[in-house]
Write a protein that binds this ligand. Sequence first.
Ligand SMILES: Cc1ncc(COP(=O)(O)O)c(C=O)c1O
Length: 441
Amino acid sequence: MNERETLKINKSGHLEIGGADTVELASRFGTPLYVFDEDYIRKMMRIYRRTLDDKYSGNGTVLYASKAFSCMAIYKIAQSEGLGVDVVSGGELYTAIKAGFPASKICMHGNNKLIKELTFALDNRVGLIVVDSCREADIIDKLAGERNFKQNVLIRINPGVEAHTHAYIQTARTDSKFGFAVADGAAEDITKYVLSKNNINLRGYHCHIGSQIFEKQSFVLAAQKVIDFMSEMKTKLGFEADTLNIGGGFGVWYTDEDPKLKPEDYSGYLCALIDAIKNKSAEHGLRLPHLMLEPGRSIVGEAGITLYTVGAIKDIPGIRKYVAIDGGMFDNPRYALYQSKYTVILANRASEECTEKVSVSGKCCESGDLIAVGVPLPRAESGDILAVLTTGAYNYSMASNYNRNFVPPAVLVKDGKAEYIVRPQTYEDLIRNDEIPDRLK
Ligand SMILES: Cc1ncc(COP(=O)(O)O)c(C=O)c1O
Protein backbone atom coordinates (compact mmCIF):
# COMPACT_ATOMS: atom_id res chain seq x y z
CA MET A 1 0.00 0.00 0.00
CA ASN A 2 1.07 3.51 -0.76
CA GLU A 3 1.11 5.03 2.71
CA ARG A 4 0.07 8.67 2.67
CA GLU A 5 0.14 11.23 5.40
CA THR A 6 -3.45 10.67 6.24
CA LEU A 7 -3.50 6.87 5.90
CA LYS A 8 -1.73 4.18 7.92
CA ILE A 9 -2.07 0.47 8.52
CA ASN A 10 -2.43 -0.30 12.23
CA LYS A 11 -1.35 -3.31 14.26
CA SER A 12 -4.57 -5.16 13.49
CA GLY A 13 -3.80 -4.81 9.79
CA HIS A 14 -6.65 -2.32 9.40
CA LEU A 15 -6.54 0.86 7.38
CA GLU A 16 -6.53 4.00 9.51
CA ILE A 17 -7.44 7.52 8.45
CA GLY A 18 -6.51 10.48 10.64
CA GLY A 19 -5.87 8.02 13.47
CA ALA A 20 -9.30 6.32 13.22
CA ASP A 21 -9.62 2.60 12.45
CA THR A 22 -11.73 2.34 9.29
CA VAL A 23 -13.13 -1.05 10.29
CA GLU A 24 -14.47 0.49 13.50
CA LEU A 25 -15.82 3.45 11.53
CA ALA A 26 -17.64 1.06 9.21
CA SER A 27 -19.15 -0.84 12.10
CA ARG A 28 -20.17 2.31 14.02
CA PHE A 29 -21.52 4.42 11.15
CA GLY A 30 -22.34 1.72 8.57
CA THR A 31 -21.39 1.73 4.91
CA PRO A 32 -21.20 3.32 2.40
CA LEU A 33 -19.53 6.11 4.32
CA TYR A 34 -17.46 9.12 3.27
CA VAL A 35 -14.63 9.79 5.72
CA PHE A 36 -12.61 13.02 5.80
CA ASP A 37 -9.37 13.75 7.66
CA GLU A 38 -9.68 17.25 9.12
CA ASP A 39 -5.94 17.71 9.69
CA TYR A 40 -5.15 17.07 6.05
CA ILE A 41 -7.77 19.57 4.90
CA ARG A 42 -6.42 22.21 7.26
CA LYS A 43 -2.84 21.49 6.29
CA MET A 44 -3.63 22.04 2.62
CA MET A 45 -5.55 25.23 3.32
CA ARG A 46 -2.62 26.53 5.39
CA ILE A 47 -0.03 25.67 2.77
CA TYR A 48 -1.74 27.87 0.21
CA ARG A 49 -2.50 30.69 2.61
CA ARG A 50 0.99 30.81 4.12
CA THR A 51 2.62 30.79 0.71
CA LEU A 52 0.55 33.82 -0.30
CA ASP A 53 1.41 35.52 3.00
CA ASP A 54 5.14 34.79 2.77
CA LYS A 55 5.81 35.12 -0.95
CA TYR A 56 3.21 37.65 -2.00
CA SER A 57 3.19 39.94 1.06
CA GLY A 58 -0.25 38.68 2.02
CA ASN A 59 -1.71 40.46 -1.01
CA GLY A 60 -3.85 37.48 -1.91
CA THR A 61 -6.83 35.34 -1.00
CA VAL A 62 -7.22 31.59 -1.10
CA LEU A 63 -10.77 30.73 -2.05
CA TYR A 64 -11.67 27.12 -1.32
CA ALA A 65 -13.55 25.89 -4.43
CA SER A 66 -16.46 24.41 -2.58
CA LYS A 67 -17.85 22.60 -5.61
CA ALA A 68 -15.29 19.94 -4.70
CA PHE A 69 -17.08 19.22 -1.43
CA SER A 70 -19.79 21.42 0.02
CA CYS A 71 -21.41 21.00 3.41
CA MET A 72 -21.73 23.38 6.35
CA ALA A 73 -18.74 22.01 8.26
CA ILE A 74 -16.29 22.56 5.40
CA TYR A 75 -17.21 26.26 5.26
CA LYS A 76 -16.54 26.46 9.01
CA ILE A 77 -13.09 24.94 8.49
CA ALA A 78 -12.33 27.32 5.61
CA GLN A 79 -13.43 30.26 7.73
CA SER A 80 -11.30 29.25 10.69
CA GLU A 81 -8.27 28.92 8.38
CA GLY A 82 -8.76 32.44 7.06
CA LEU A 83 -9.85 31.40 3.56
CA GLY A 84 -12.55 32.76 1.32
CA VAL A 85 -14.72 30.39 -0.71
CA ASP A 86 -15.92 30.09 -4.27
CA VAL A 87 -19.50 28.96 -4.88
CA VAL A 88 -21.20 28.05 -8.14
CA SER A 89 -24.86 27.84 -7.28
CA GLY A 90 -27.53 29.25 -5.03
CA GLY A 91 -27.34 25.98 -3.08
CA GLU A 92 -23.62 26.30 -2.33
CA LEU A 93 -24.12 29.96 -1.46
CA TYR A 94 -27.02 29.12 0.87
CA THR A 95 -24.98 26.40 2.58
CA ALA A 96 -22.05 28.78 3.14
CA ILE A 97 -24.27 31.53 4.49
CA LYS A 98 -26.18 29.16 6.77
CA ALA A 99 -22.81 28.01 8.12
CA GLY A 100 -22.12 31.64 9.03
CA PHE A 101 -19.50 32.19 6.36
CA PRO A 102 -18.93 35.94 5.76
CA ALA A 103 -20.52 36.85 2.43
CA SER A 104 -17.83 39.44 1.77
CA LYS A 105 -15.34 36.56 1.37
CA ILE A 106 -17.47 34.64 -1.13
CA CYS A 107 -16.80 34.66 -4.86
CA MET A 108 -19.64 33.48 -7.08
CA HIS A 109 -19.13 31.60 -10.34
CA GLY A 110 -21.28 29.92 -12.96
CA ASN A 111 -21.74 30.16 -16.71
CA ASN A 112 -25.49 30.70 -16.42
CA LYS A 113 -26.29 32.09 -13.02
CA LEU A 114 -30.01 32.29 -12.53
CA ILE A 115 -31.71 35.60 -11.76
CA LYS A 116 -32.82 34.17 -8.42
CA GLU A 117 -29.25 33.10 -7.64
CA LEU A 118 -27.89 36.55 -8.47
CA THR A 119 -30.66 38.18 -6.45
CA PHE A 120 -29.78 35.98 -3.50
CA ALA A 121 -26.09 36.83 -3.97
CA LEU A 122 -26.69 40.58 -4.05
CA ASP A 123 -29.18 40.47 -1.18
CA ASN A 124 -26.42 38.88 0.86
CA ARG A 125 -23.73 41.24 -0.48
CA VAL A 126 -21.33 38.57 -1.75
CA GLY A 127 -17.84 39.98 -2.19
CA LEU A 128 -17.30 39.16 -5.84
CA ILE A 129 -19.23 37.84 -8.80
CA VAL A 130 -17.40 36.46 -11.82
CA VAL A 131 -19.21 37.71 -14.91
CA ASP A 132 -19.64 35.06 -17.59
CA SER A 133 -22.05 36.69 -20.08
CA CYS A 134 -23.33 40.12 -21.18
CA ARG A 135 -26.78 39.17 -19.92
CA GLU A 136 -25.34 38.57 -16.49
CA ALA A 137 -23.68 41.99 -16.48
CA ASP A 138 -27.09 43.51 -17.28
CA ILE A 139 -28.79 41.61 -14.46
CA ILE A 140 -26.10 42.45 -11.89
CA ASP A 141 -26.16 46.11 -12.91
CA LYS A 142 -29.94 46.26 -12.50
CA LEU A 143 -30.01 44.40 -9.17
CA ALA A 144 -27.15 46.48 -7.72
CA GLY A 145 -28.84 49.70 -8.92
CA GLU A 146 -32.09 48.69 -7.18
CA ARG A 147 -30.10 48.15 -3.99
CA ASN A 148 -28.08 51.33 -4.30
CA PHE A 149 -24.59 49.94 -4.33
CA LYS A 150 -21.88 48.92 -6.77
CA GLN A 151 -21.21 45.19 -7.07
CA ASN A 152 -17.57 44.15 -7.35
CA VAL A 153 -17.01 41.77 -10.26
CA LEU A 154 -14.32 39.96 -12.20
CA ILE A 155 -14.65 38.86 -15.81
CA ARG A 156 -13.89 35.25 -16.70
CA ILE A 157 -11.55 35.15 -19.66
CA ASN A 158 -9.99 32.37 -21.71
CA PRO A 159 -6.33 33.18 -22.21
CA GLY A 160 -5.85 30.39 -24.77
CA VAL A 161 -4.09 27.86 -22.56
CA GLU A 162 -5.66 24.46 -22.26
CA ALA A 163 -4.21 22.27 -19.62
CA HIS A 164 -4.18 18.53 -19.48
CA THR A 165 -3.01 16.44 -16.62
CA HIS A 166 0.64 16.34 -17.55
CA ALA A 167 0.80 18.75 -20.46
CA TYR A 168 -0.68 21.89 -21.84
CA ILE A 169 -1.51 23.21 -25.25
CA GLN A 170 -1.87 26.76 -26.36
CA THR A 171 -4.94 27.39 -28.36
CA ALA A 172 -7.02 30.17 -29.75
CA ARG A 173 -10.02 28.03 -29.01
CA THR A 174 -13.18 29.98 -28.47
CA ASP A 175 -15.44 26.94 -28.16
CA SER A 176 -16.04 26.91 -24.42
CA LYS A 177 -19.22 27.49 -22.48
CA PHE A 178 -17.14 29.41 -19.93
CA GLY A 179 -15.75 32.90 -20.22
CA PHE A 180 -14.65 35.23 -22.99
CA ALA A 181 -11.77 34.43 -25.30
CA VAL A 182 -8.88 36.85 -25.54
CA ALA A 183 -8.00 35.71 -29.07
CA ASP A 184 -11.21 36.78 -30.82
CA GLY A 185 -11.65 40.10 -29.01
CA ALA A 186 -14.57 38.92 -26.87
CA ALA A 187 -12.65 39.57 -23.64
CA GLU A 188 -11.94 43.14 -24.69
CA ASP A 189 -15.56 43.73 -25.74
CA ILE A 190 -16.97 42.53 -22.43
CA THR A 191 -14.44 44.66 -20.56
CA LYS A 192 -15.75 47.76 -22.35
CA TYR A 193 -19.32 46.64 -21.73
CA VAL A 194 -18.86 46.06 -18.00
CA LEU A 195 -16.96 49.34 -17.62
CA SER A 196 -19.97 51.12 -19.11
CA LYS A 197 -22.25 49.88 -16.32
CA ASN A 198 -23.03 52.34 -13.54
CA ASN A 199 -23.61 49.86 -10.75
CA ILE A 200 -20.74 47.49 -11.38
CA ASN A 201 -17.22 47.90 -10.15
CA LEU A 202 -14.89 45.89 -12.39
CA ARG A 203 -11.93 44.72 -10.31
CA GLY A 204 -10.13 42.42 -12.72
CA TYR A 205 -10.07 39.01 -14.36
CA HIS A 206 -10.50 35.35 -13.63
CA CYS A 207 -9.33 32.31 -15.54
CA HIS A 208 -9.40 28.60 -14.80
CA ILE A 209 -7.56 26.36 -17.21
CA GLY A 210 -8.69 22.93 -16.09
CA SER A 211 -8.44 20.40 -13.31
CA GLN A 212 -6.11 17.61 -12.15
CA ILE A 213 -3.11 19.44 -13.62
CA PHE A 214 0.46 18.63 -12.63
CA GLU A 215 2.28 20.77 -15.19
CA LYS A 216 3.49 23.95 -13.47
CA GLN A 217 4.10 25.63 -16.77
CA SER A 218 0.38 25.50 -17.63
CA PHE A 219 -0.47 27.76 -14.70
CA VAL A 220 2.51 30.02 -15.37
CA LEU A 221 1.63 30.47 -19.02
CA ALA A 222 -2.00 31.22 -18.24
CA ALA A 223 -1.03 33.85 -15.66
CA GLN A 224 1.44 35.45 -18.07
CA LYS A 225 -1.20 35.66 -20.78
CA VAL A 226 -3.78 37.19 -18.48
CA ILE A 227 -1.27 39.82 -17.40
CA ASP A 228 -0.41 40.56 -21.03
CA PHE A 229 -4.11 41.09 -21.57
CA MET A 230 -4.39 43.28 -18.47
CA SER A 231 -1.62 45.44 -19.82
CA GLU A 232 -3.38 45.69 -23.18
CA MET A 233 -6.59 46.83 -21.44
CA LYS A 234 -4.65 49.46 -19.53
CA THR A 235 -3.15 50.82 -22.75
CA LYS A 236 -6.31 50.62 -24.83
CA LEU A 237 -9.03 51.42 -22.30
CA GLY A 238 -7.18 53.02 -19.42
CA PHE A 239 -8.47 50.24 -17.16
CA GLU A 240 -5.92 48.80 -14.75
CA ALA A 241 -7.17 45.64 -13.07
CA ASP A 242 -6.40 45.31 -9.38
CA THR A 243 -7.38 41.63 -8.97
CA LEU A 244 -6.28 38.46 -10.74
CA ASN A 245 -8.01 35.19 -9.91
CA ILE A 246 -6.08 32.30 -11.38
CA GLY A 247 -8.63 29.55 -10.56
CA GLY A 248 -7.84 26.08 -9.28
CA GLY A 249 -6.76 22.85 -10.89
CA PHE A 250 -3.77 21.45 -8.96
CA GLY A 251 -3.63 17.68 -9.38
CA VAL A 252 -3.83 14.97 -6.72
CA TRP A 253 -2.76 11.34 -6.40
CA TYR A 254 -5.41 8.79 -7.34
CA THR A 255 -3.20 5.90 -8.44
CA ASP A 256 0.50 5.35 -8.90
CA GLU A 257 0.12 6.68 -12.43
CA ASP A 258 -0.09 10.13 -10.79
CA PRO A 259 2.76 12.01 -9.12
CA LYS A 260 2.57 11.77 -5.38
CA LEU A 261 2.85 15.32 -4.09
CA LYS A 262 3.34 16.18 -0.45
CA PRO A 263 1.25 19.05 0.91
CA GLU A 264 4.38 21.24 0.83
CA ASP A 265 4.89 20.57 -2.90
CA TYR A 266 1.74 22.57 -3.66
CA SER A 267 3.52 25.61 -2.30
CA GLY A 268 6.00 25.15 -5.17
CA TYR A 269 3.19 25.53 -7.71
CA LEU A 270 2.09 28.73 -6.11
CA CYS A 271 5.65 30.07 -5.90
CA ALA A 272 6.15 29.47 -9.64
CA LEU A 273 2.93 31.34 -10.32
CA ILE A 274 3.88 34.19 -8.03
CA ASP A 275 7.29 34.58 -9.70
CA ALA A 276 5.65 34.70 -13.11
CA ILE A 277 3.10 37.27 -11.97
CA LYS A 278 5.77 39.49 -10.41
CA ASN A 279 8.00 39.31 -13.49
CA LYS A 280 5.23 39.92 -16.00
CA SER A 281 3.72 42.76 -14.02
CA ALA A 282 7.14 44.42 -13.74
CA GLU A 283 7.74 43.91 -17.47
CA HIS A 284 4.51 45.78 -18.25
CA GLY A 285 4.89 48.35 -15.47
CA LEU A 286 1.66 47.17 -13.83
CA ARG A 287 1.09 47.28 -10.10
CA LEU A 288 0.89 43.81 -8.56
CA PRO A 289 -2.70 42.58 -8.60
CA HIS A 290 -4.42 41.10 -5.57
CA LEU A 291 -3.95 37.39 -6.29
CA MET A 292 -6.75 34.89 -5.81
CA LEU A 293 -6.61 31.16 -6.30
CA GLU A 294 -9.34 28.58 -6.04
CA PRO A 295 -8.05 25.14 -5.15
CA GLY A 296 -10.72 22.51 -4.55
CA ARG A 297 -9.56 19.00 -5.38
CA SER A 298 -6.11 19.48 -3.86
CA ILE A 299 -7.61 20.55 -0.53
CA VAL A 300 -10.17 17.81 0.00
CA GLY A 301 -9.35 15.10 -2.57
CA GLU A 302 -6.72 13.10 -0.71
CA ALA A 303 -8.31 13.99 2.63
CA GLY A 304 -11.26 11.71 1.85
CA ILE A 305 -11.92 8.02 1.40
CA THR A 306 -15.12 6.03 0.94
CA LEU A 307 -15.81 2.84 2.88
CA TYR A 308 -18.03 0.10 1.50
CA THR A 309 -18.98 -3.45 2.44
CA VAL A 310 -18.33 -6.19 -0.10
CA GLY A 311 -21.47 -8.13 -1.06
CA ALA A 312 -21.82 -10.39 -4.07
CA ILE A 313 -18.73 -11.69 -5.82
CA LYS A 314 -19.13 -12.88 -9.38
CA ASP A 315 -16.27 -14.69 -11.05
CA ILE A 316 -16.69 -15.15 -14.80
CA PRO A 317 -13.79 -17.50 -15.61
CA GLY A 318 -11.41 -16.14 -18.18
CA ILE A 319 -13.35 -12.90 -18.40
CA ARG A 320 -13.59 -10.93 -15.20
CA LYS A 321 -14.21 -11.06 -11.49
CA TYR A 322 -16.72 -8.57 -10.11
CA VAL A 323 -16.56 -7.54 -6.48
CA ALA A 324 -19.85 -5.79 -5.75
CA ILE A 325 -20.12 -3.14 -3.05
CA ASP A 326 -23.05 -1.51 -1.28
CA GLY A 327 -22.42 1.81 -3.07
CA GLY A 328 -21.86 2.71 -6.68
CA MET A 329 -22.35 5.48 -9.18
CA PHE A 330 -24.85 7.18 -6.88
CA ASP A 331 -22.05 8.01 -4.43
CA ASN A 332 -19.21 8.14 -6.95
CA PRO A 333 -20.16 8.67 -10.60
CA ARG A 334 -16.62 9.53 -11.70
CA TYR A 335 -15.73 6.18 -13.29
CA ALA A 336 -19.04 6.13 -15.15
CA LEU A 337 -18.52 9.73 -16.29
CA TYR A 338 -14.84 9.82 -17.14
CA GLN A 339 -13.36 6.38 -16.46
CA SER A 340 -11.50 7.93 -13.54
CA LYS A 341 -9.01 5.62 -11.90
CA TYR A 342 -8.89 4.85 -8.19
CA THR A 343 -6.83 2.86 -5.73
CA VAL A 344 -8.83 0.39 -3.66
CA ILE A 345 -7.84 -1.44 -0.49
CA LEU A 346 -9.45 -4.10 1.67
CA ALA A 347 -9.55 -1.98 4.80
CA ASN A 348 -9.89 -4.92 7.19
CA ARG A 349 -6.99 -6.82 5.54
CA ALA A 350 -4.85 -3.88 4.50
CA SER A 351 -1.48 -5.57 4.97
CA GLU A 352 -2.33 -8.64 2.88
CA GLU A 353 -0.73 -9.18 -0.51
CA CYS A 354 -2.83 -8.47 -3.57
CA THR A 355 -3.32 -11.74 -5.43
CA GLU A 356 -5.83 -10.92 -8.15
CA LYS A 357 -7.23 -8.18 -10.32
CA VAL A 358 -10.91 -7.41 -10.05
CA SER A 359 -13.53 -4.91 -11.09
CA VAL A 360 -15.36 -3.18 -8.28
CA SER A 361 -18.99 -2.81 -9.27
CA GLY A 362 -21.80 -0.83 -7.70
CA LYS A 363 -25.39 -1.87 -6.97
CA CYS A 364 -27.16 0.33 -9.54
CA CYS A 365 -29.10 -1.06 -12.46
CA GLU A 366 -26.47 0.01 -15.00
CA SER A 367 -23.74 -2.16 -16.50
CA GLY A 368 -21.52 0.90 -16.46
CA ASP A 369 -21.92 1.26 -12.70
CA LEU A 370 -18.30 0.55 -11.87
CA ILE A 371 -15.97 2.19 -9.39
CA ALA A 372 -12.66 0.68 -10.44
CA VAL A 373 -11.64 -1.74 -13.18
CA GLY A 374 -8.73 -4.20 -13.17
CA VAL A 375 -7.51 -3.20 -9.72
CA PRO A 376 -5.31 -5.41 -7.55
CA LEU A 377 -6.82 -6.80 -4.32
CA PRO A 378 -6.34 -9.73 -1.97
CA ARG A 379 -9.00 -12.39 -2.56
CA ALA A 380 -12.06 -10.46 -1.39
CA GLU A 381 -14.89 -12.06 0.54
CA SER A 382 -18.43 -10.92 1.28
CA GLY A 383 -18.35 -8.79 4.40
CA ASP A 384 -14.89 -7.34 3.78
CA ILE A 385 -14.61 -3.56 4.11
CA LEU A 386 -13.40 -1.98 0.91
CA ALA A 387 -11.87 1.49 0.93
CA VAL A 388 -11.64 3.64 -2.18
CA LEU A 389 -8.94 6.28 -1.73
CA THR A 390 -8.89 9.93 -2.77
CA THR A 391 -12.64 10.36 -2.90
CA GLY A 392 -12.81 13.63 -0.98
CA ALA A 393 -13.36 15.80 -4.06
CA TYR A 394 -16.24 15.61 -6.53
CA ASN A 395 -17.75 12.48 -4.98
CA TYR A 396 -20.22 13.60 -2.33
CA SER A 397 -20.79 16.75 -4.37
CA MET A 398 -21.64 14.67 -7.44
CA ALA A 399 -23.71 12.06 -5.59
CA SER A 400 -27.38 11.48 -6.36
CA ASN A 401 -30.31 9.38 -5.24
CA TYR A 402 -30.19 7.34 -8.45
CA ASN A 403 -32.31 4.18 -8.10
CA ARG A 404 -33.51 5.80 -4.88
CA ASN A 405 -30.34 4.82 -3.13
CA PHE A 406 -29.20 7.00 -0.24
CA VAL A 407 -26.49 9.61 -0.64
CA PRO A 408 -24.11 8.24 2.02
CA PRO A 409 -23.38 10.20 5.19
CA ALA A 410 -20.00 11.82 5.80
CA VAL A 411 -17.89 11.86 8.93
CA LEU A 412 -14.99 14.09 9.84
CA VAL A 413 -12.07 12.57 11.74
CA LYS A 414 -9.94 14.60 14.12
CA ASP A 415 -7.42 13.05 16.53
CA GLY A 416 -8.83 9.62 15.83
CA LYS A 417 -12.42 10.64 16.66
CA ALA A 418 -15.17 10.75 14.04
CA GLU A 419 -18.32 12.86 13.96
CA TYR A 420 -21.04 13.29 11.40
CA ILE A 421 -20.79 16.28 9.11
CA VAL A 422 -23.54 14.94 6.84
CA ARG A 423 -26.16 12.75 8.47
CA PRO A 424 -27.54 9.58 6.85
CA GLN A 425 -30.62 9.89 4.68
CA THR A 426 -33.74 7.89 5.45
CA TYR A 427 -36.46 6.39 3.24
CA GLU A 428 -38.65 9.23 4.49
CA ASP A 429 -36.14 11.74 3.00
CA LEU A 430 -36.52 10.05 -0.37
CA ILE A 431 -40.27 10.65 -0.56
CA ARG A 432 -40.27 14.01 1.26
CA ASN A 433 -41.01 16.06 -1.85
CA ASP A 434 -43.17 13.50 -3.65
CA GLU A 435 -46.84 14.30 -4.24
CA ILE A 436 -49.64 12.07 -5.49
CA PRO A 437 -52.18 14.17 -7.43
CA ASP A 438 -55.75 13.63 -6.20
CA ARG A 439 -56.79 11.91 -9.43
CA LEU A 440 -54.20 9.18 -8.77
CA LYS A 441 -55.20 8.54 -5.21
C1 LIG B 1 -13.84 28.32 -11.82
C2 LIG B 1 -13.25 27.18 -11.06
N1 LIG B 1 -12.46 27.45 -10.00
C3 LIG B 1 -11.92 26.45 -9.26
C4 LIG B 1 -12.17 25.13 -9.58
C5 LIG B 1 -11.55 24.07 -8.72
O1 LIG B 1 -10.69 23.27 -9.42
P1 LIG B 1 -9.89 22.10 -8.68
O2 LIG B 1 -10.87 21.36 -7.86
O3 LIG B 1 -9.35 21.29 -9.79
O4 LIG B 1 -8.84 22.76 -7.86
C6 LIG B 1 -12.98 24.81 -10.67
C7 LIG B 1 -13.23 23.41 -11.03
O5 LIG B 1 -13.74 23.04 -12.00
C8 LIG B 1 -13.54 25.88 -11.44
O6 LIG B 1 -14.32 25.63 -12.49
